[in-house]
Design a protein around this ligand. Structure first.
Ligand SMILES: *Cc1c(COP(=O)(O)O)cnc(C)c1O
Length: 360
């Protein structure tokens, strides 16, 4: 068996310890004689899995009791509709567009009400985060929406927008659990887990309890009401059980590594290696305004498409996978999520140096 360094933006690298544990438990989960995949979601064993996962996530993020934690399906993209369906009481919301995911979320919400784009960084290919201290927030906005870490472009909010008292809703798919957060600043935090937590198929929604009501837009399907899932402890129907089980293991892994402050320190150390090299390199350069650089997704280019393509090809042959940038921006992107060991970043940087020496 040989494992590569996987720089995919998602589905992405998972901790090897977690994969090994899951492999050991594959045929017989803790004496049950079956895999978690084969288990009733109404069984005592699974109830314990989901309860423990929730408790560990609450501990890691410091989620207060007045917030609900939901384990849902449909990916992050389903939340683009669920959020307006559940929260747009006035049929109005403000969106900050910092990339394709926020843009898509806004377009979906526009099916249900008035969407006001209060700031955007589209003018410079989303290479920065717009000023968010004094936004023209709509009087009647039901919420203000952000994508906190822009997976495709590699930018991250370094401070949250002043929403002038309106609810903040954040897609944190690609920065989930990468650093400590103050949950109380948000109405809703959500993310697909396949970027930084677990296997595709599970989405985690952390939502203030007073926002979970029966007053949803007319025609909202039962499955798309937060209340349906909150009332049933995320077990209204069959949940993405195996995904939740792996997420639970990743939460334990994060705890064993010292929690989110320790992860932040580690992630900063990893990202610095790569960014320092990009800043010094005569061949490669980062594409993002340094102030807004993501710790998770690092896009870079050589400035020559053919050279980019050769780099990606040679890197792959050397065991560095999925470095091709998103199809909409080209170039390269190294996603260095929690589970990417520092050795992977060091090895990639050394490979880039060698490539630069040989090709400059
Ligand atoms: C990947 C991603 C999405 C889309 O996730 P799906 O689970 O595929 O719907 C949405 N937002 C962000 C920030 C992402 O990185």
């Amino acid at each position: 068996m040989s494992r590569v360094y996987n720089f995919s933006a998602g589905p992405a690298v998972l901790p090897e310890e977690v994969l090994r544990e899951a492999a050991e438990e594959m045929l017989d989960y803790q004496g049950t004689g079956m895999s978690v995949m084969e288990m009733s979601h109404r069984s005592k064993a699974f109830q314990e899995i989901i309860d423990t996962a929730e408790a560990d996530l609450r501990g890691l993020m410091g989620i207060p009791d007045d917030y609900e934690v939901l384990f849902l399906q449909g990916g992050a993209s389903q939340q683009f509709a669920m959020i307006p369906m559940n929260l747009m009481k006035n049929r109005a919301a403000d969106y900050i567009v910092t990339g394709q995911w926020a843009k898509k979320a806004g377009e979906e919400a526009a099916k249900y009400g008035r969407v006001n784009i209060v700031a955007s960084s589209a003018d410079k290919t989303f290479s920065y985060i717009p000023e968010v201290k004094d936004l023209p927030i709509s009087e009647d906005a039901d919420y203000v929406y952000i994508c906190e870490n822009n997976t495709i472009y590699g930018t991250k909010y370094k401070e949250l927008p002043d929403t002038k008292g309106k609810l903040l809703v954040a897609d944190v798919s690609s920065c989930f659990l990468s650093e400590p957060v103050d949950v109380t600043k948000y109405g809703v935090i959500y993310g697909g887990v396949q970027k930084n937590i677990g296997p595709a198929g599970t989405v985690i929604v952390i939502i203030r309890k007073d926002l979970i009501t029966d007053e949803v837009l007319p025609g909202t399907p039962t499955m798309l009401k937060y209340k349906t899932h909150a009332d049933a402890g995320s077990l209204y129907n069959t949940p993405p059980a195996y995904g939740i089980y792996i997420c639970g293991k990743v939460f334990k892994w994060l705890k064993s590594r010292g929690g989110l402050s320790a992860m932040k320190e580690y992630n900063e150390k990893k990202a610095k290696i790569l960014y320092d090299y990009l800043d010094a390199s005569k061949m490669f350069s980062g594409t993002v305004e340094p102030k807004y650089r993501s710790l998770m997704n690092v896009p870079f280019v050589t400035g020559d498409e053919n050279l980019d393509a050769r780099f990606v090809k040679e890197a792959k042959a050397a065991g560095f996978e999925n470095l091709k940038g998103h199809r909409s921006v080209g170039g390269m992107r190294a996603s260095i999520y929690n589970a990417m060991p520092i050795e992977g970043v060091e090895a990639l940087t050394a490979f880039m140096k060698k490539f630069e020496e040989e090709n400059l």
